[in-house]
Design a protein around this ligand. Structure first.
Ligand SMILES: [Zn+2]
Length: 495
């Protein structure tokens, strides 16, 4: 009854009302009261009818991936089976996002989360952030768990799409298998620990003090722009929390978490929570079969691409920078007007600026640097650089424009390109046309640990993460980072 009601009211849709809402719906429509489990079963049945059952999902994997690639040119997918033709691993990346990433900041965030499907398994996600601070997923994988073999396999496939070099930066938790695979496959790239995860480890090492403040103070140290600022903050932190300092000393290398020592270009990105936000978006989809989950991922990406494509198209041609940076510079300009600027060298465009804190900063507009280091790291002008640019415009170089001082990744021209390609859903299986050799390739469901997959709903903790006595990871929903990562607090739909 529930399934047929859904088929009639929500034809072809996987995302249907919650079981609780369905109980009311059935009551109103038919005057019959159904239990929660009946409503849940009906919801699942309806979802299976839209796509296929979990077993069929594995059987049709090659067919589905063929259609995904056909609908979305340049999409790449890999399916790995064992010697008995049982499903082992899946990797896919849409052509649209592979192409978009070419004109984006080269910071890749990696994470894994457990699936709630009948066969369990783990969803691996490689994502990034567009210059306007929105989710931008790059690639997805489905594997048995986060281990040496699975992370190596996933990153090897990713490497075939994204050329490796020193410009590529990874941000993730400290999962040993993940770090090992990065070191082996991307030896020239830099890796940053997720500051949020590390702050959770650190606060677990202190007793008799306010743990939340300890985590916050650690994040402040990690996010210091200059070495001098860091040393001062870290000295205070170390004397207040000696056990936390000892933990950091014994388990981490400072360059992997302190922004001022990080050797690569990480911009504002320092937490892997972007992936967890994506997982939040896929919360319901993770209950369905694999193909339904992939449908839900693609559906969400279609929405994001359409939304941001439209937003970028609606911006006036006079505006050169993405809205986030435009807004930041707008705020900065007000403060910059009040600062005292002295020219140091008109050929080299060097200026001395007295900041609102009374300290002196040296700005070089040619090399796009400031001694506060914010300009160097974020790649758009800090308040001192804006003040210097105002002076330069008056005196030395009337052609100087603020957008020329920003990384090209923040230019609207490039932002538009990231969303230029359309993403298409895979049609219903009755509309598939698959070549004979693909039709012959069948896959059996895997031997994943079903019980484990069901019990462990969230991702495994990385090195040092706290768990409660029941073994379940502590909820962090209400404890997300603030400041530069505030965008992560929003539901994925908002982005
Ligand atoms: Zn500055």
């Amino acid at each position: 009854m529930v399934a047929s009601l859904l088929a009639a009211d929500y034809p072809g849709e996987i995302a249907t009302p919650t079981p609780k809402a369905l109980i009311h719906l059935v009551q109103r429509r038919y005057g019959v009261q159904v239990s929660y489990s009946t409503a849940w079963r009906g919801k699942k049945e309806a979802a299976d009818d839209v796509r296929v059952t979990p077993e069929e999902g594995f059987r049709l994997m090659y067919w589905y991936m063929f259609m995904l690639e056909k609908m979305n040119p340049d999409t790449v997918s890999y399916v790995e089976v064992d010697e008995e033709h049982k499903f082992k691993y899946l990797f896919f990346a849409l052509g649209a996002s592979i192409e978009g990433f070419r004109v984006m900041r080269k910071v890749i965030i990696l994470d894994g989360t457990h699936l709630k499907t009948a066969y369990g398994g783990v969803l691996l996600v490689a994502t990034t952030q567009d210059p306007d601070h929105h989710h931008y997923p790059l690639a997805f994988g489905v594997v048995d768990g986060e281990n040496n073999e699975s992370w190596f396999w996933f990153l090897e496939k990713l490497k075939s799409l994204i050329p490796y070099g020193p410009e590529i930066v990874f941000v993730s938790d400290r999962n040993f298998s993940l770090l090992r695979a990065i070191a082996m496959l991307y030896p020239l790239s830099h890796h940053g620990h997720c500051i949020y995860h590390l702050s959770q480890n650190v606060k677990g090492k202190v007793i008799g003090v306010n743990k939340a403040i300890c985590a916050k103070k650690f994040r402040q140290c990690a996010r210091a722009y200059t070495e001098a600022e860091f040393l001062q903050l870290y000295c205070d932190f170390s004397s207040t929390y000696p056990s936390a300092r000892l933990y950091l000393h014994e388990h981490t290398e400072i360059k992997h978490w302190a922004r001022c020592y990080f050797p690569g270009e990480k911009y504002n990105l320092d937490t892997s929570n972007a992936v967890e936000s994506i997982n939040g978006v896929l919360e319901n989809a993770r209950n369905y079969s694999l193909l339904q989950m992939i449908d839900a991922i693609i559906e969400k990406m279609i929405k994001w691409f359409a939304k941001h494509r439209k937003a970028s198209a609606e911006i006036s041609t006079a505006q050169k920078l993405v809205p986030f940076v435009e807004k930041e510079l707008h705020k900065t300009c007000k403060e910059a007007k009040l600062l005292v600027v002295n020219e140091l060298n008109c050929y080299r465009l060097e200026y001395s600026v007295i900041g609102s804190d009374g300290l002196q900063y040296v700005v070089n507009l040619r090399s796009k640097t400031c001694s506060c280091k914010q300009f160097d790291i974020e790649k758009y002008p800090c308040v001192h650089a804006v003040a210097a640019a105002r002076e330069a415009k008056k005196e030395a170089d009337p052609e100087i424009q603020l957008h020329d001082l920003c990384s090209k990744y923040y230019w609207i021209d490039l932002w538009v390109l990231t969303y230029s390609r359309t993403i298409y859903l895979v049609p219903n299986s009755c509309q598939w046309i698959v070549p004979e050799e693909t039709m012959k390739r069948l896959i059996l469901p895997p031997d994943y640990d079903v019980k484990q997959g069901r019990r462990q709903e969230k991702r495994y903790a990385s090195a040092g993460e706290d768990r409660d006595k029941g073994g379940k990871k502590k909820s962090k929903k209400s404890k997300k980072p603030t400041g530069t990562s505030e965008w992560l607090d929003n539901d994925g739909d908002q982005n």
